[in-house]
Design a protein around this ligand. Structure first.
Ligand code: ADP
Length: 575
């Protein structure tokens, strides 16, 4: 137990650190300030790595990414009031994405806050956090710190993972406790994320349905990546021969180059599949809610999920499989011994033909060499470099920068791609990149739209301060979506336009990182190779044609257009 001194008293700061250490928390992401500065110092002195950020939202995103990568809760430390509020966006994002994370926040004095007497940074933090988190707890007594931390960790990773808010008022952190009794208030959790086995009848039902398929499809989601059940998933896919489709953060669970990957025939696979096995993937907007016209109206869904309440949330689930993915996939695999399955050849041939056609189109696009460069040409260069560096972690955000990177950059290893996730949130870039570098020690390439980068760009200083092996490639077309919009009136830039000739690489130079500016794919491939070899921080500003990119990327259908500015269409009374 870390005590303040050899004396008889310990305090809240030391107890929080002791409780986290007892539960294998090795890293904390945050920003110091009143009342938690000493908590960061105490943690660092006790051997917990503390990574100090420039904005709490980025620190929170880092904690969430750490949770996804390690299947242990990532911890984010925030100050009271505004610091807490900045962290909330990340906490809500973690909850939405089912990533385990704990936001520990200092808060103002309860007796003043509850009577709204106007304390320093006063806000009712517990109630503000509650609707955005899987759970929110407050520790009101120093002797409850071990209990509060245990509860937060258990809640974050048991069942469906999510974000947990843990409120610790400043006066509780400062409270003293006798060392003699303090050790008993802290304990390591036994089996914090217990396995949850599926019922045998549910397994039989699922295999029975699957065995009737003429055009089966397995959809792997980021829950499958999180579950770290890579071998059993792969064995099930390969034993059944069923084509699989990875959601973006499940790319690499099986390599994108795997012959059973239906990635390059995604639309066809979705449209034609008759029985679909969802593994750690929700039938939300990212999968068109499972509805026609994207899916066949006759498609039947089997779903593996640890949260049984997920079933039937969009379409009927004819064979629900409640349990953890490792246990469920093992049970399905065992069941195959009694019920061997063969995927009809007509289906795999249909998909293979479409894949070959789409692959040829893609190769043609990547080979073009227009000047100025466009998204595909830059990505072609990045793809070539990453193919020979498969253990690089890829972080990706933007609109076109996201859509096109997802399609062009193949992944070969599980949990090596982190992106905007369920919300499609902009701003995760630098936080996720920092966490990937810190948690894995491996190099990271963040492929960013210039607009997306702006949300967390100041974290370049953090990346440089800790000398992290992060290369940020900015696909710079000078705007949100694209950079060539002409304002309809006045002299201000159009709403989608950013500084078209911004030299983002100079930001790296400001903090001691390497900066590169490139205008051709050949230059890009060369400096990316150099940046990776340096194993340190770098920014590559990639000058793209401002006219490349489409508004709202692949989500144009979700973007309402102002009726007043849309081209006028005359509609007659009879339509
Ligand atoms: P994607 O966006 O990649 O389709 P989602 O985030 O929509 O993935 O779905 C992830 C799903 O995985 C969630 O419904 C979550 O409950 C589930 N999940 C997370 N971890 C596990 C696990 N260990 N076992 C089973 N299901 C899990």
């Amino acid at each position: 137990m870390t005590t303040q001194s050899a004396g008889l008293l310990t305090d809240g700061f030391h107890l929080v650190v002791d409780a986290l250490k007892a539960n294998q928390v090795r890293t904390m992401y945050g920003i110091v300030g009143i009342p938690i500065t000493d908590l960061a110092r105490t943690a660092q002195a006790a051997g917990i790595r503390y990574i100090g950020f420039r904005h709490e939202t980025s620190a929170g995103y880092a904690a969430a990414a750490a949770g996804f990568l390690t299947a242990r809760p990532g911890v984010c430390l925030t100050t009271s009031g505004p610091g807490f509020l900045n962290g909330l966006a990340a906490l809500a994002n973690a909850t939405t994405n089912c990533f385990p994370m704990i936001q520990i926040s200092g808060s103002s004095q309860r007796s003043i806050v509850d009577l709204q007497r106007g304390d320093y940074q006063e806000i009712d933090q517990l109630n503000a956090a509650r609707p955005l988190a899987k759970a929110a707890y407050r520790i009101n007594r120093v002797e409850d710190i071990g209990l509060g931390v245990a509860r937060a960790i258990r809640t974050a990773i048991t069942g469906r993972p999510g974000g947990v808010y843990l409120d610790i008022p400043g006066d509780v952190l400062g409270q003293a406790l006798q060392v003699a009794g303090a050790a008993d208030t802290i304990w390591p959790l036994v089996d914090p994320a217990p396995r949850q086995l599926p019922a045998a009848t549910a397994v039989d039902r699922a295999l029975e349905v699957l065995s009737q398929a003429q055009r089966p499809l397995i959809v792997l989601g980021k829950g499958a990546a999180y579950a770290q059940a890579d071998n059993v998933i792969r064995e099930f896919v390969e034993t059944t021969g069923i084509p699989f489709l990875p959601m973006s953060m499940a790319k690499g669970l099986l390599p994108d180059s795997h012959p059973q990957s239906a990635g390059a025939a995604r639309s066809l696979a979705i449209k034609r599949a008759d029985i679909v096995l969802l593994v750690g993937a929700r039938l939300n907007w990212l999968l068109g809610h499972g509805e026609s016209p994207q899916w066949s109206a006759e498609a039947k869904f089997i779903q593996v999920d640890i949260a049984a309440s997920e079933f039937d949330s969009n379409r009927p689930i004819v064979a629900p499989l409640a349990g953890d993915i490792g246990s469920v996939m093992s049970a399905l695999l065992d069941g195959l011994a009694q019920r061997p399955m063969v995927t009809p050849r007509a289906w795999t041939t249909e998909l293979a033909e479409r894949k070959a056609r789409n692959d040829a189109k893609m190769r043609q696009r990547l080979a073009e060499n227009p000047h100025p460069m466009r998204f595909y040409n830059a990505l072609g260069a990045i793809r070539a470099v990453l193919q020979s560096n498969p253990d690089v972690y890829v972080v990706n955000e933007g609109a076109n920068a996201l859509d096109l990177t997802r399609n062009v950059i193949d992944m070969q290893l599980p949990r090596h791609r982190l992106d905007t996730g369920t919300w499609g949130v902009m701003g995760i870039g630098m936080g996720y990149a920092i966490a990937a570098a810190v948690e894995t020690g491996r190099p990271v390439v963040a492929i960013e739209g210039d607009s997306a980068f702006g949300f967390s760009g100041m974290e370049i200083e953090t990346i440089c301060r800790y000398r992290l092996p992060v290369t940020v490639v900015i696909l710079n077309n000078g705007g949100v979506y694209r950079g060539d919009e002409v304002p309809t009136c006045g002299s201000d830039p159009a709403p989608t336009v950013l500084n078209g000739r911004a030299r983002h690489e100079l930001i790296a130079a400001a903090f001691g990182g390497k900066g590169y500016h490139v205008t051709t794919p050949v230059e890009l491939a060369s400096v990316l190779t150099e940046a990776l070899a340096s194993n340190g921080p770098a920014i590559i500003d990639c000058e793209l044609d401002p006219a490349s990119g489409v508004e709202s990327g692949h989500l144009a259908n979700l973007n309402p257009i102002s009726a007043a500015s849309a081209p006028q269409i005359a509609v007659s009374a009879d339509g």
